[in-house]
Design a binder for this molecule. Sequence first.
Ligand SMILES: *Cc1c(COP(=O)(O)O)cnc(C)c1O
Length: 369
Amino acid sequence: MNPLALARPELRSLEPYSSARMEARGGSILLNANESPWPPVGGGGWNRYPDPQPPELVRRLAALYGVASDSLLVGRGSDEGIDLLVRAFCRAGEDAVLVSPPTFGMYALCARVQGAGLVEAPLRDDFTLDVDAVLRAVTRAVKLIFVCAPNNPSGRGVPRAEILRLADGLNGRALLVVDEAYVEFVEAGAGTGSVADCVGELGNLVVLRTLSKAWALAGARVGALLADARVVALLRKLMSPYPLPTPSVDAALKAVSAEGEREMRVRVAAIREERARLGAALAGLGGAHAVLPSQANFVTVRFRDAGRVHAALLRAGVVVRDVRRYPGLHDALRITVGTPAENDRVLDVLRGIRTAAGAPVIAGSEVPA
Ligand SMILES: *Cc1c(COP(=O)(O)O)cnc(C)c1O
């Protein structure tokens, strides 16, 4: 399947903007880009425009994710990848995006901004993905299906086999975009690992990866989109000419070095351990149904009075995410797994909360004071 058959027809023939940096190969006296010949006050070589796709970073990320270099687009976080895909594949007023709520809000927001339609095939009550419901909901207008795996805000992992079955069912009809922002945190052997290795074989599969979570680089804004090389080439035409600031590229190269990768793995293991400890402690506070199973670096928890818990945590200086606006999560808060001391603080505050009637506010069984 040629995935470009699904793209906006007017973009297929678009000539990309040719930036000065792209033309500069080989020269040593650079007088073609109207840059300052001197570095900025304070140092750093930032007087030069950056490479649009820094080759060293592209090569390293491609090796890390197991794809060919021409199947990888590096950009300003996954958010930019989502926006580029919607702009490239959805005509305003004609095409649509499919999402499975409750899920990450950026997919629907980008669709709205683009004037694309939004089709919903909700997750099941236990937040598992309903592949058959998604396939039934795909109309001719739907060009992109977003699956967040593991899902934000529920934390649930998505079995690889289910994702591949969905990609197969969509072949020729739409692109499947799998947002793997949290995939580094999945339990080994759970069958919910990355599908990045399938990008080479499946022309309609797109995978989004980010350095914002496990790699601790949210402030640098670096993410990668993995897709058929033709999709990558198309998206480069729409992308701004110099998407990645040089300091961000430098920070990313350090973070994903061999040493950085070792440290990342140690930290991810620590977060998984803390996730289990925090989850068990929260469940112990008020009933086993309160804590949703999570494969991400957060736990989403149902409370008898989530507003009250949110306020009490805030008073103690602890900010958690109120996710009550999401369908199926009207009583829930999402708590990012922090350091052991930070997680202890959360547990201390929760242990201290009692309702006016003297009962604990955590959903489930009563616990002694
Ligand atoms: C945090 C998050 C991202 C990361 O976005 P960046 O733009 O790379 O920082 C992507 N998708 C989901 C679902 C997220 O929760």
